[in-house]
Structure formats: C-alpha cells, structure tokens
Design a protein around this ligand. Structure first.
Ligand code: GDP
Length: 617
C-alpha cells in the first residue's frame, strides 16, 4: 500500500512499475523476481467478457470499452468480447495474444449426476416406421395420426413437426414422422440413437424387397426392437405367410414360429389391424422398460431443422431425458439457443415438454442439423461456450489457413497447373443448394476446378467468413442476408461475398471467372443498412417504415433488399426517403429516417433493409 502512496508524489506510474522492488541491503538476487517479466500475454478464453479482459490487462474496463467504441463496437463490461475483438484490443495495447487450448470439451459441459432410480418414470416409446417404397409407410403413419394427408405426395402440403404422439389407455407412443431410411441413417450417422422400436412395413402382395433388407440392417445395427406390419392385407394376392417365410430367412423369426419378432397383419388403407399393431407396440415398449427422469434438464436430439421465413430457425427436438421448459438455454449441435416458444405436434403452445415427446422450438441462433444432440444448460455462458467451441472445432477440423481471393483474382492466379475455385454456398432453402451444386457440376473449363467447401441454409455468418478466409473460398449467397457485422468482417479479411437472386447469374459469373472473362465494370455494392423500428400505414402511400440507419448511408433512389430473419424477402427500389417531414437525398449512420419501398408494403419492425448502389469496381 505504502508503495502506491509513495508513487503519488512522483510522475504517474503504471502498476507494473509500482511493484518494482527497492534495492535491499542484502544484494541477493531474487530468482523469482528475475523470472517474472512484465505480463504482456493475453490468453483468450471462451466466453471472456470485457471485464475479464480488463482484469487480465490490469486496466480499467472503461478503457477497453472506450477502445471498442472507437472500433464502433458497443459493449458493456459484462458482455462477451469475442475472440476477434479481444485480439484487436490486445494488439492495441501491445499485448501478445493467444487462445486457451481446449482439449477436453467435457470441461465445459456441466457434469450431471446419474439419475436417481427414485426419479425415473416410464416414458413413451419412440417408434420409426421403415420399409420398402410404396409398401405403405406414409399411409400407416397417417392412418395412425387420423389424418388424410396422403394426397400431399401428389402436391399438397404436409404439416408436420417431424414427430407426433398417439395416446392410448393413458400411455403415449411417439412416432417419428419421417418415413424412409435417409433420415434415419443421417441421424444415426451423427451418433443419434433415437428410436426404440422399428415398425417394418412389408406389403403382403409384394414381400421382402431391397429396402426391406436395408431397413432390417439399419434396425439391427441400432439395436432397436422390430415389429413387422404385414400391410395391404385387403389386397387380392396378399400372402402373409410368404412374408413370414422371407423374413425368417433373413433372421427375423416370427414369435408364433418360436422367434422374438411380433407380426401384425394390417391394412393401412382400410384401417384394419392398426389397433392390434398399437397394442403390440405398447407391449414391446413395456418389455423394454423405457424410463426417464423428468426432473433433470432436458437432453434430446434434433429431428428436423429449417429456416422459416417468418420465424427464423425452427427445430423439432425429441426429448430423450429430462423436461424442456420455455426460456431454457441450450445447445443443439454447434448452435446456441434459448427456448422462445414451444409447440407440440398438434400445434398447441406448451410450456413444458416431457421425456419421450417431440416439440418444435424457436429461439435458435442458426439452423442445426438433423441428428444433432440437444442439451439444456443451467448457465447461459456455459451453453455459449460449448456452442462456440464446437463451431470452432468444426471449423478447425475442416480447414487450414491460406490466402483469400476474389472471383476476379481467380483467373489471375499464376503458377498452378489446375486452378481450384473454392466456394461456400449459403441459401434460403436446401433446394437452391442442391440445384446450384447440380448445375456447377456441368461447368467444364479446362484447367479449372470447383470445390464446394461448405453449404448451409441461412444468413452468411462470421463462421462462413472465417472458413472462407481459411480455405481461400468465395461465399456465394442465394436469397440470404449478410448482416453488417459479417460484411465488415469479410471486408477486413478480404473475403468476397457475392449475393445472387437467381442461380444462373451466379453460374454465369463463375463460368466467366473460370475462363478469365469476368470483367464487371459496375457492381452492386452495399452502401448501408437500416433497421425498421416502427411502421405506419398511410392511405395512397402504403407502409412507411420508421428506421434507424445502423451502418453506412441510405440514399434516395438506391436499391433495397428487405431481409427478415436472415432471408431476403423483397428486392426492389427505395421509394421515398424522409427526415421528419422533409424529403432528403441521404441519411447517414446513427440517424433516423422514414422510408418506403416501391410496390411493397409488408414491412415489419425488426426487418433489415440493405441499401445498395451501382458502383464502379
Ligand atoms: P410408402 O412409400 O411406403 O410411404 O407408401 P405409401 O403409404 O405412399 O403407399 C403406397 C401406395 O400403396 C399408395 O397408393 C397407398 O394408397 C397404397 N396403400 C398403402 N397401404 C395400403 C393398404 O393397406 N391396402 C391397399 N390396397 N393399398 C395400400
């Protein structure tokens, strides 16, 4: 303490200087002192807040906040700083930056106790229906669900959340509503074991077919119980004994032949035998003694996930254990989230989901993959850490650092026999990705190749940019938004993001670049971004959006892309631009303005409008 008081008299000193030892009467060297250089290292840890960093640097948090403000980053001291920002701050203050190496992920995962047997209660069995195409899987699922949406395959709309429950005699059975093997295999490939029982549908008039065998292999490999539903018993030519024999030959021995597998004769179309089948499922479920602990935090599996235009990322979660509640924080795969809304298979809003049930949730930061593990965390910070660490790991595993390039530069690359154009594709729907991939395969240019590094549904993210940088890839977006922060990161890293509305335009550009003919003189450049805060409906004018210019500038007559939840929902011209009541030519960042979009009125608070203008490149 006295040292600090003494220092007040002299010129202001840094704390590191203050602790300097005064010469002692004993001229003995202190080995400890000698080995302690002034601390100039910053170790970044996942979830590090502004004040954590300040503590490491022995600087007031306000100083860091001020520096961040200069970098146009608004952060409070308890906010997470993020690796990029921490690195920049460390550089600013002359510190060496390093990242904590995490080898053991489980350190972050809250270790939970084994379930106390007292807490275990019976849970519904989870059933998947499998079998050869056209043997009646969909018809059976629909019959059980008591709906008539089979016609959907002929072009209608199937409303489903990926799973549904049937209650009989006070007990529930959960059916995974994805007939077919692809989904099952995909989930299994990702380590998810979600099904307790496989109902193998075999048409009585057709017998065992290739996909029947495939289904048996899948079911056996995942150690599920099997129940055979011999379907289409109403048909002339139905021969259940032949089905039994064929299956027995494959090692699926019927229980009435001394084996273990129950067989039920049904007609999914007429609805006969279904009740028996459900009884059998319940019987098998009882034998399996399926138990779960509703008292613990939920763990589960992502069954389906998509980007919904209105609601953002949506996922159906099958709860394996525990109870999921509204506002729970969770990680699904490498995606962080907080349950904002839960609906059951009937579309009813619910506050709690029990083990063995499936719910559709919103509140995810992006779209996870089917089969991803789902887990609720007590601490929001831990959940974020786990998600970030997983995302980083995926990123690290896939790529190593190389020089970034742009589409224009691609052809200029010298000294390589074959030039490889790497692409990251982001689209609003999976279909666009598939279509694009299909068309890209058809582009043939001598001496040039295309490699698709990553594809994904949803807005372009920081991770995409980092991956593009690491793998020298170009990001191609179809109908997706690029948040201003992501754009800034990309421009800082020299990563090119090209957003297209239609696939053929992208294909044209790519082909031209591969041939070295890409020579755009003018290009649409994003010059600003505004956020819709309020909307007003005015007759004859339409919807006026009260906006804040969150980055860059908005100018009259420019092009506007309306982005909702990461998806571009409208592209057109900016109508009017006003400051209060006056028409103005431009409004800069940090100011409010009123805008209209030409021929478009569906504006909502929270929407982002990307403003672009034609600029010479
Ligand atoms: P999936 O490909 O296995 O999902 O088979 P679907 O459920 O789409 O059924 C294929 C066709 O078989 C459809 O035309 C159904 O109407 C028909 N089908 C399904 N179950 C039965 C049944 O029990 N009896 C008869 N006669 N036809 C059926």
């Amino acid at each position: 303490m006295s040292k600090y008081i003494a220092s007040k008299k002299g010129p202001k000193k840094q704390p590191s200087e203050v602790v300097e030892k005064k010469p002692t009467t004993f001229k003995k060297k202190s080995p400890i002192r000698k080995e302690m250089p002034v601390k100039k290292d910053i170790t970044f840890k996942m979830g590090m807040t502004v004040s954590d960093l300040a503590n490491q640097m022995k600087k007031p948090a306000a100083e860091i906040i001020k520096k961040l403000m200069f970098m146009r980053i608004m952060a409070s001291q308890n906010q997470e700083i993020g690796k990029e920002n921490a690195e920049l701050i460390a550089m600013e203050f002359g510190y060496d930056f390093q990242e904590e190496v995490i080898t053991d992920l489980s350190r972050f995962e809250e270790i939970e106790d084994e379930d106390d047997p007292k807490d275990l209660v019976e849970r519904p069995a989870v059933v998947t229906i499998m079998g050869h195409v056209d043997h009646g899987k969909t018809t059976l699922l629909d019959n059980i669900r008591n709906s008539r949406v089979v016609a959907s395959e002929a072009g209608g709309i199937t409303q489903h959340i990926g799973a549904y429950q049937v209650k009989r005699g006070g007990k529930a059975i959960t059916f995974i509503d994805t007939p077919g093997h692809a989904a099952f295999t995909e989930m299994r490939a990702r380590g998810a074991r979600i099904t307790d029982i496989v109902v193998l549908v075999v048409a009585a008039d057709d017998g065992v077919m290739p996909q029947t065998r495939e289904a048996i292999d899948h079911a056996k490999a995942s150690e599920c119980a099997i129940i055979v539903a011999v379907n289409k018993m109403d048909k002339v030519g139905a021969n259940p004994d032949r089905v039994k024999q064929e299956l027995a030959d494959l090692g699926i021995l019927p229980d009435d032949w001394g084996g273990e597998t129950p067989f039920c004769n049904i007609s999914a179309l007429k609805g006969t035998g279904i009740s028996d089948l459900l009884d059998t499922i319940q019987l098998v479920a009882e034998l399996l003694e399926l138990k779960a602990n509703p008292k613990r935090n939920a763990t589960g599996t992502v069954i389906e996930a998509k980007l919904d235009k209105g609601r953002g990322p949506v996922a159906t979660i099958l709860i394996n254990n525990g109870t999921l509640r509204n506002t729970d924080v969770f990680v699904a795969g490498a995606v962080y989230g907080k349950v904002r809304n839960m609906t059951d298979d009937l579309g009813e809003k619910i506050d709690e989901a029990a083990p063995g049930s499936a719910v559709e949730i919103i509140g995810l930061q992006s779209v996870p993959l089917a089969g991803d593990p789902f887990k609720v965390f007590k601490e929001e910070k831990t959940a974020k850490n786990v998600a970030e660490t997983r995302a980083d790991r995926i990123f690290d595993e896939s790529h190593s650092a190389k020089e970034p390039l742009t589409l224009e530069e691609f052809f200029k690359k010298q000294g390589e026999d074959t030039k490889e154009l790497k692409l990251i594709i982001k689209a609003d729907v999976q279909g666009s990705i598939e279509a694009f991939k299909g068309s890209i395969d058809k582009i043939e240019v001598l001496g040039a190749e295309i490699e698709i590094v990553r594809t994904g549904v949803g807005a372009v993210t920081d991770t995409d940019v980092l991956l593009a940088e690491a793998s020298t890839a170009i990001i191609i977006g179809f109908g997706v938004g690029v948040p201003a922060s992501v754009r800034a990161l990309a421009s800082g890293k020299g990563v090119e993001i090209r957003n297209y509305r239609v696939i053929y335009e992208a294909l044209d550009d790519i082909e031209a670049a591969m041939k070295g003919m890409l020579d755009p003189v003018f290009e649409q450049k994003i010059i600003g971004e505004v956020e819709v805060r309020e909307t007003y409906s005015v007759s004859k004018v339409g919807t006026i959006a009260g906006c804040m210019v969150t980055s860059g500038v908005v100018q009259k007559g420019t092009l506007a892309k309306l982005v909702r939840n990461g998806i571009i929902i409208f592209e057109g011209k900016l109508g009017s631009l006003k400051r209060f009541k006056d028409d103005v030519k431009e409004v800069r960042q940090g100011f409010e303005c009123g805008v209209t979009l030409e021929n478009y009125n569906d504006l909502k608070p929270g929407d982002i409008i990307e403003i672009s203008a034609m600029k010479e490149v």
